[in-house]
Ligand binder design. Structure first.
Ligand SMILES: [Zn+2]
Length: 80
């Protein structure tokens, strides 16, 4: 992406008008709702709360695997 285009789109979420945070992207941003669905389904199926500590903690490496797929699908892997 060209620099001037990047400047025209500051790293803010247009939906909630908030500065992008890791938690927002992982859990709340409607822009990535479709890509997030398998992750949500996976967590629900295992009775895990869909929250940042589940996704980024080291207790659930299988969840982290799904998370990485989500980030790749959402093309976010290079933004974090
Ligand atoms: Zn958002």
């Amino acid at each position: 992406m060209l620099p001037y285009i990047a400047n025209a789109f500051p790293p803010q979420c247009s939906t909630y008008n908030v500065t992008l945070s890791v938690e927002h992207i992982l859990l709340h941003c409607v822009r990535y709702r479709e890509e997030r669905r398998p992750l949500a389904v996976y967590c629900r199926g295992r009775g895990l709360p869909l929250k940042q500590t589940t996704l980024l903690g080291d207790e659930h490496p299988d969840v982290v695997d799904i998370l990485m797929i989500y980030l790749t699908e959402a093309n976010l892997i290079r933004k974090l």
